[in-house]
Design a protein around this ligand. Structure first.
Ligand SMILES: *Cc1c(COP(=O)(O)O)cnc(C)c1O
Length: 415
């Protein structure tokens, strides 16, 4: 076993096995490696005080610059960004509504979503007080029709109770975002886009705003490699203002309430909002600064070099696994919207020493644990994603896969 790997992990000091991440930016195993420049910036941010609303106003400018949106906001993760986006769509800049959420009597509170865009993450919309109305069918997925949802079905579902349209951005989601924003805007309803994991490419920072989205949510703890507890919302100025009002500690005597005018137009509010529904999603000054520094570094990353490095790792892994009987490893083709290449390992359990499920379980029980992608175990497929895998960790991953998957005669040839 390659003991050089993770011998110095701080998790050992807590008696907790470290994880070698061969599955990409998954929150349950820690997301991504935070950039060192972001960590350094966080340490400095901890040394002094700052008014959080001033810092969010500066963040808004930088996010606007990075995304082409009117304004932006740093949240405690993409899921928090979804909750705050829904809260903004429900309450607007009406203080009385902010005060009431998640109670929505008399407030338009429906978020219309294509049925095939529903995920566990949309719990965040419901947590703000929204009711999700899903439209369309599952025809395409089931092979019983050509499309899952048509723009007219979204339009038909929009009523006077609609607060927003929700859309989950993936390379394969339909209908196209442009078509959805067009029908939503014809009906004066904003579109909230969950694009949490759709980076890189960095061009995607502006792509969904360009397609007409009113609010776009990204995770700060995935490929941006900022703090795990950060996310970004980019979008319309009035909606970002509503997010700020429902998130920041505002409650102060009116006479001394002087929020930054770039972020908040205090004159048009009935009063000073109390702690809003977003208050439990606090963002610290350290995380906020760390995210902004990481965002700059992410934008400066040489995408071609990074993509080539990921391809080299993926190819190296696929080639190395090729001689294990019962295993077939291929690298997925790149498309202009795919985030990273993946090694697809399909296992023939009659030929290999174990099934894909057994292999995944055995790898997770190692110390350090090895996490590979396990979303397609029913087809005896596991996947390996190079995004969070250091070069010096690859031999350990390969060696542990070989140890479990090789039949005895295979492993003897490799000793
Ligand atoms: C990861 C993810 C989220 C949540 O992101 P966090 O930053 O961890 O809160 C939400 N939606 C989708 C589609 C995701 O992939």
């Amino acid at each position: 076993m390659d003991r050089a790997v993770k011998d110095d992990s701080i998790y050992d000091e807590f008696g907790v096995p470290a994880v070698i991440n061969a599955t990409g930016t998954k929150t349950r195993i820690g997301g991504s490696r935070i950039r060192t420049d972001a960590l350094d910036a966080m340490a400095r941010a901890g040394e002094s005080f700052v008014r959080l609303s001033d810092l969010q106003a500066a963040a808004s400018k930088r996010i606007a610059d990075a995304t082409g949106a009117e304004a932006g906001y740093v949240t405690s993760g993409a899921a928090a960004g979804l909750l705050l986006s829904a809260a903004a769509a429900l309450a607007g800049c009406t203080v009385e509504r902010m005060e009431r959420l998640p109670e929505t009597d008399g407030i338009p509170d429906e978020i219309v979503m294509p049925r095939t865009h529903r995920t566990g993450y949309d719990h965040a919309f419901r947590a703000a007080g929204a009711t999700i109305v899903d439209v369309g069918t599952n025809d395409r997925t089931l092979g019983t029709g050509a499309t899952n949802v048509e723009p007219w079905e979204i339009e038909a579902a929009i009523t006077e109770n609609t607060a927003a349209v929700g859309y989950v951005q993936k390379p394969f989601t339909e209908p196209p975002l442009e078509a959805v924003t067009a029908v939503a805007h014809e009906n004066d309803v904003p579109v909230i886009v969950d694009a949490a994991a759709e980076l890189p490419p960095a061009e995607n920072l502006s792509r969904f705003t360009d397609a007409g989205a009113d609010l776009v949510v990204f995770s700060g703890g995935k490929a941006i490699r900022g703090p795990q507890t950060t996310g970004i919302v980019a979008g319309r100025e009035d909606l970002i203002e509503s997010i700020a009002l429902q998130h920041l500690d505002m409650h102060a005597a009116d006479a001394v309430w002087d929020p930054p005018t770039e972020l908040i137009d205090a004159d048009r509010l009935e009063g000073v909002p109390r702690q809003g529904i977003g208050r439990s999603l606090k963002v610290g000054k350290e995380e906020l600064v760390g995210l902004l520094v990481a965002l700059d570094s992410f934008r400066d990353t040489d995408r071609t070099a990074q993509s080539e490095a990921w391809h080299r790792t993926a190819t190296r892994i696929a080639e190395s696994l090729a001689d294990i009987s019962g295993l077939d490893a291929t690298v997925t083709a790149d498309t202009d919207v795919s985030v990273a290449p993946t090694v697809v390992v399909s296992i023939d359990p009659t030929d290999a020493a174990c099934s894909a499920t057994e292999l995944v379980r055995s790898l997770r029980a190692e110390n350090p644990r090895v996490f590979v992608g396990a979303d397609r175990l029913d087809a005896d497929i596991l996947t390996i994603n190079p995004m969070c895998l250091d070069d010096d960790e690859v031999p350990y991953v390969l060696e542990r896969i070989r140890a479990h998957a090789s039949s005895e005669s295979d492993s003897r040839t490799h000793q």
